[in-house]
Every structure is written in structure tokens, then in C-alpha cells.
Design a protein around this ligand. Structure first.
Ligand SMILES: CC(C)(COP(=O)(O)OP(=O)(O)OC[C@H]1O[C@@H](n2cnc3c(N)ncnc32)[C@H](O)[C@@H]1OP(=O)(O)O)[C@@H](O)C(=O)NCCC(=O)NCCS
Length: 353
């Protein structure tokens, strides 16, 4: 078997094809991203639930399907009694990503409704967890402020309800629209570290709870999803564009990494960042990088913080919001990979004695 005898080795699996997917396509050389063949420029004009359906099941939903998913995400977002006990028993000074990783596999994942019964039983459980993630994030935020867990908001969109629960007041249409666009851009991104981690766990036939939890763990890291929080903290530390070039020059001299800059696949432009309105400070950062001979540009994490901050989301919750959207992508990969499963088990290059 040729594949088994292959000796391909690349640090960080750079350039290595590790599996097949029809969910999204990252064309790094031309700065293009599509979900199920549809470019993100068109996707951000759609409803969140329509994009979620497309990513999960590969077809554009009709009105009834879209309504069913919207209702599912709303109805199944209700935390069970034991979910509430779990959340309220946690220390209130944890990072939101720790809360998600700890709580997610222990939540009640059995659907409380009859909605979307046609789905595979395990995928349906996964979708319950996807529905509950916003309730966990908003609930933990309220608890950490010393408030009670927010009440369920019947009806409405998942993201609108999330903003109501998270901030404690009904959001404007403009806020919901801004969050929707940002979250659509974060739903899916092929074999990024978190999704690959989820696929590895899925390939062992571990339950869907463990699959989603693996995605959360990987996403938390600064080189991956955690870059959103780190990028905003770094921009705040820099303070203003005038001092940015000196900051960057010093950082690069120390071989440091600028958070929210660079990407494994997008070497010139991150199409998601392009859609999230460039800010002035990027020009200063990128100019200083170019002088050092590095072609590095802001990625999606660099701008997302500004959008989230304007919506009243503190930076320590940025990555948890990322997980809310990306959990849809992880579930899509769970469904896809189980259709033709083989355990993921690469070789190591042994360098010991
Ligand atoms: C995203 C990231 C992890 C990709 O890593 P990677 O594919 O291994 O990148 P590479 O190591 O091939 O980078 C090539 C060169 O650019 C440098 N570089 C890459 N990203 C950099 C950054 N953000 N700041 C400074 N230098 C950077 C590398 O140090 C390397 O320099 P060298 O050739 O002098 O050693 C990396 O760009 C990074 O750490 N970015 C900051 C974190 C971030 O924003 N992550 C979110 C991604 S959406």
C-alpha cells in the first residue's frame, strides 16, 4: 500500500493533505473562502440559520427547514435543571473557554423537543449542545457579574437572544446584524487546528460530546482562536498607531509573534478580515512588518475584536463566541467524517535513542 509506506514529513503538518472534505474550501493563494461552494461574501448576506443549515447538511434550506433549525436552536437552548446546577457550582473567575470545555460534555444532550427528528441520533445530540453553547456563555457571564442565570427568550434568532441574555437588554437590529455577519465568518474553516482535533476525536468513534469538546480545547490557544482576545489586548497595549511601528520592530527583534497577524493558509489576504473593515492601526503594523521583510497581514482575529467590543462583549469572551459559531463547523465535520470513517493515526519521526 503506497500510502502506508509514504514518508511525508512536514513540521506542523504544513502542506500535508490529511483528509477529504466537501464542507469548505480555503484557497489561501487567492484569498478565497467558500462554504459548500458559496463564497463568504454572499454568505454574510444570509440568515445565520440558513448558513448553519448549508454548512451542516450541504444544501440550501427551504423556508420550512430554515424555520425548523431556528426553532431547534431556540427551544433546545434551554438549560436543564442539572445544567444550571453545573454552571452555578463553578467558580466565577474561570476563563469562559475553561467553562465551555468543562461543562459541554456534562450537559444534558437529549433533545427536549421533537424537532428535526430525521437527523441521526448522535448528530441531533450534537445540535442540542450547539444550541446550548450561547446559553452557557451568556449564563456564565451573568453569574460572574453576580447576577442570576438569564431567562430563556422564547422565539427569535439564536444570536439576538444571545445578545439579550449576555448584555441584559434587547439588542438593536444593527447589533444583531453585526454579530450575525461576524459569526457567519467564523462558522467553518476546513482543517484548522480545532476542527482537525475534532475530526481526530471523531475518528475514534468517541461520542459527539467529546468531539465538540476537543474543538473547544484546541480553539482556546493563542495561535488559534485565542488570538482574538490576545490581539485586542495587544492593540490596547500599543495604544495608538503612532507608536505601533516601534512596537512591532522591537517585538520582531525579540522573535515575538504579533497576535492577529499571519496565517498558515492565507499568505497575502485573509478574506474574512477584508470583510471586517480594516482599521487604521493595521497599516502601521503591516508597514513595520514589511520593512522587516515579512509579508504578513492582519487575519480575521485582528478586526473581530473591534466589532465584538462595540457590541459590549468583553475580550475574555471573544473566543467563547468564536466557539459558539465554530461548533456548527465541528458538528458538520463530525457528520461528514462518520459517513466514511477511518481512525486518524499518523506516524511519528522517531528521533530518540
Ligand atoms: C497563524 C500562525 C500560527 C501561522 O503559523 P505558521 O504557519 O507556522 O507561520 P510561519 O512560521 O510559517 O511564519 C512564517 C514567518 O513569519 C513569521 N510570523 C508568522 N506569523 C507572525 C506573527 N503573527 N508575528 C510575527 N511574525 C510572524 C514567523 O515567525 C516566520 O518567520 P521566520 O521565517 O523568520 O521564522 C502565525 O502566523 C501566528 O502565530 N500568528 C499570530 C496568532 C494568530 O493571529 N492566530 C490566528 C490565526 S487566524
Amino acid at each position: 500500500m503506497a500510502a502506508a509506506e509514504s514518508t511525508v514529513y512536514a513540521k506542523g503538518l504544513e502542506g500535508v493533505i490529511a483528509g477529504e472534505t466537501a464542507i469548505s474550501n480555503v484557497e489561501g493563494d487567492v484569498g478565497r473562502l467558500t462554504y459548500r461552494g458559496v463564497p463568504i461574501e454572499a454568505l454574510i448576506e444570509l440568515d445565520y440559520e440558513a448558513v448553519a443549515w448549508l454548512v451542516l447538511f450541504g444544501t440550501e434550506p427551504d423556508a420550512a427547514e430554515q424555520a425548523a433549525l431556528k426553532e431547534f436552536l431556540n427551544e433546545e437552548s434551554v438549560l436543564a435543571g442539572s445544567d444550571r446546577v453545573l454552571l452555578t457550582s463553578m467558580s466565577t473567575d474561570l476563563h469562559a473557554m475553561q467553562v465551555l470545555q468543562a461543562a459541554l460534555p456534562a450537559l444534558v444532550a437529549t433533545p427536549r423537543t421533537d424537532l428535526l427528528r430525521e437527523l441521526d441520533e448522535e448528530a441531533r445530540r450534537g445540535l442540542v449542545l450547539v444550541s446550548k453553547l450561547p446559553s452557557l456563555v451568556a449564563g456564565y457571564h451573568q453569574l460572574s457579574l453576580g447576577n442570576a442565570l438569564p431567562e430563556h427568550v422564547p422565539g427569535g434568532s439564536s444570536l439576538g437572544n444571545f445578545l439579550t441574555q449576555f448584555t441584559g437588554s434587547a439588542p438593536s437590529d444593527a447589533s444583531v446584524a453585526a454579530l450575525t455577519r461576524t459569526q457567519i465568518l467564523q462558522i467553518e474553516h476546513s482543517f484548522n487546528a480545532g476542527t482537525f482535533a475534532a475530526r481526530v476525536v471523531s475518528s475514534t468513534l468517541a461520542p459527539v460530546e467529546a468531539v465538540l469538546c476537543a474543538g473547544v480545547g484546541a480553539l482556546a490557544g493563542q495561535l488559534h482562536g485565542g488570538a482574538d482576545e490576545a490581539a485586542l489586548r495587544e492593540a490596547q497595549k500599543v495604544g495608538n498607531a503612532a507608536v505601533a511601528p516601534t512596537y512591532v520592530t522591537d517585538l520582531l527583534a525579540r522573535k515575538g509573534k504579533l497576535m492577529g497577524m499571519g496565517h498558515r493558509e492565507y499568505r497575502k489576504v485573509d478574506p474574512r478580515a477584508k470583510l471586517l473593515k480594516p482599521m487604521a492601526v493595521e497599516a502601521a503594523f503591516a508597514g513595520a512588518m514589511a520593512k522587516r521583510g515579512k509579508e504578513l497581514w492582519a487575519n480575521v482575529e485582528f478586526y473581530k475584536g473591534a466589532v465584538f467590543k462595540a457590541l459590549g462583549i468583553p475580550e475574555e469572551y471573544f473566543t467563547a463566541l468564536f466557539a459558539m459559531a465554530r461548533s456548527i463547523g465541528w458538528l458538520a465535520h463530525f457528520i461528514e467524517s462518520r459517513e466514511d470513517n477511518r481512525i486518524i493515526r499518523p506516524k511519528a519521526l522517531y528521533v530518540g535513542r
